[in-house]
Design a protein around this ligand. Structure first.
Ligand code: PHE
Ligand code: CA
Ligand code: ZN
Ligand code: ZN
Ligand code: ZN
Length: 281
């Protein structure tokens, strides 16, 4: 798998920060900053050769948007999906939650295009709306997939918070949810071998993989931690500060570009590419 450029991922995060700053400080569902985020990603993906689609839904009296980007080619009967939510809470710009996953996925997609990726399987990226209102966009997408389409999706990988400032390196546990896949768990664990130790975490229904899992699609994902405090054993293993949350700015106005650990962001973006090339190539 190619190395994903940290500085390119950081530049996408700077753009998302600018979008929030220009739109009242957030990129939340129903606010101008959300739609501007969708428009930015869509234009980058269209220019790279992706087939994009914007799916509209309504939640809490406001229109929401899911963005999907299909890389042309590959066996559509064996489709691999990778996604994360693009919306923030209203309190802040949502740069770690989840600009980080959104920017990492975008740069992996752009890198695939740049390297003329010609996978055996079909690849679809997704950026979900209204996750912060209760997984609304991803649930809408799965519920509105015709069953024939749904059965073509062989895996869904989720990336929600991958640059936490006091990071842990968590892989979604296969046993922690319905349709958790041991193969996907092990693939994501092996992405970090020789790089940094990982731990398994039971994310349950806390992010956008949940609707896929409920419908029987194998799921997996990565996470660098949110409101929970890092233990001293974890600080010995990973560095950082014991007794402090993985992300002290979780759902707060301080979730800005200053709220990102660059090493964690780089390792996780590289791991997304490792997983995609391993699954689809
Ligand atoms: N989905 C949570 C949020 O956006 C973050 C989270 C992701 C929590 C994964 C646990 C596991 O606020
Ligand atoms: Ca890298
Ligand atoms: Zn960008
Ligand atoms: Zn959140
Ligand atoms: Zn999130």
């Amino acid at each position: 798998a190619p190395d994903i450029s940290l500085s390119n991922v950081q530049s996408h995060l700077s753009t998302l920060q600018s979008i929030a700053t220009a739109n009242g400080g957030n990129r939340a569902h129903g606010r101008a900053g959300y739609k501007a985020s969708v428009d930015h990603l869509k234009s980058r993906l269209d220019a790279a050769g992706y087939t994009t689609a914007v799916q509209q839904f309504t939640s809490n009296g406001a229109v929401g948007y899911n963005l999907t980007a299909d890389w042309p080619g590959g066996d559509v009967n064996n489709t691999i999906m990778l996604g994360g939510h693009l919306d923030s809470v209203t309190a802040g710009p949502g740069i770690n939650d989840n600009g980080s996953g959104s920017a990492g996925l975008l740069e992996v997609a752009l890198t695939a295009a740049r390297t003329n990726f010609a996978p055996t399987k079909h690849v679809r990226f997704a950026w979900w709306g209204a996750e912060e209102l209760g997984l609304v966009g991803s649930t809408y997408y799965v519920n509105n997939l015709p069953s024939a389409e749904r059965s073509r999706i062989k895996a869904y990988l989720n990336f929600d918070m991958i640059g936490s400032p006091n990071p842990g390196y968590f892989v979604y546990s296969a046993s922690g949810q319905p349709s958790g896949s041991l193969a996907l768990q092990q693939l994501l664990q092996s992405a970090f071998s020789g790089v940094v130790a990982t731990e398994l975490t039971s994310v349950g229904g806390r992010s956008d993989h949940a609707a896929f899992a409920r419908s029987g699609i194998p799921v997996g994902g990565l996470f660098t931690g949110a409101e929970v405090a890092k233990t001293s054993a974890q600080a010995q293993k990973w560095g950082g500060t014991a007794g402090v949350a993985f992300d002290r700015c979780y759902h707060r106005s301080c979730d800005t570009t200053a709220n990102i650990n660059a090493t964690a962001l780089d390792r996780n973006a590289d791991a997304i590419a490792f997983a995609l090339w391993g699954l689809a190539a």
